[in-house]
Design a protein around this ligand. Structure first.
Ligand SMILES: [Zn+2]
Ligand SMILES: [Zn+2]
Length: 147
């Protein structure tokens, strides 16, 4: 087993989930992609390596990875979901709706919002799930008219 699989296995165990070969394979596909993938894209890419894998298994494995914190679900236009591999630390995402690239941003960007909510509303934020959708720097450069 390679190091990425070992790390994924450890994280599944820590989350109280069973480690199966399929779950590790799905986790590896996501981690190697570095971008968001729909369940069908994960299935398509995995089927080339593991022809026997079932579509339902891939879908269930993705949900397990989300539950265990190894992946996050991002909503695309038209209520389609995409999945992205996630680091253990708490963080948020910048998801490019044009090229599909997903960057992770630190909690520090969101902390001021939580602090302000506590100050203004008396609400203590324990957990925040906040992702940002838009266009990445590369896509914006390509879009802007040459002047
Ligand atoms: Zn992430
Ligand atoms: Zn982009």
């Amino acid at each position: 087993m390679d190091r990425a699989s070992l790390a994924a296995g450890d994280r599944l165990v820590a989350a109280g989930e069973r480690v199966t070969r399929q779950r590790l394979q799905v986790a590896n596909v996501l981690a190697a992609a570095g971008r968001q993938l729909t369940a069908d894209q994960v299935y398509g890419s995995l089927r080339r390596q593991v022809p026997s894998i079932g579509r339902a298994t891939v879908f269930r494995s993705l949900e397990t990875l989300v539950d265990a914190g190894l992946a996050r679900r991002l909503e695309l236009d038209g209520h389609v979901y995409a999945y992205v591999a996630c680091l253990p630390q708490h963080h948020h995402h910048l998801a490019c709706t044009n090229c599909g690239r997903v960057e992770e941003i630190d909690e520090a960007y969101v902390r001021p919002i939580a602090d302000r909510l506590e100050r203004d509303m008396g609400f203590q934020v324990d957990d925040a799930r906040l992702d940002f959708y838009g266009r990445c720097a590369t896509c914006r450069t390509e879009e802007s008219p040459a002047s």
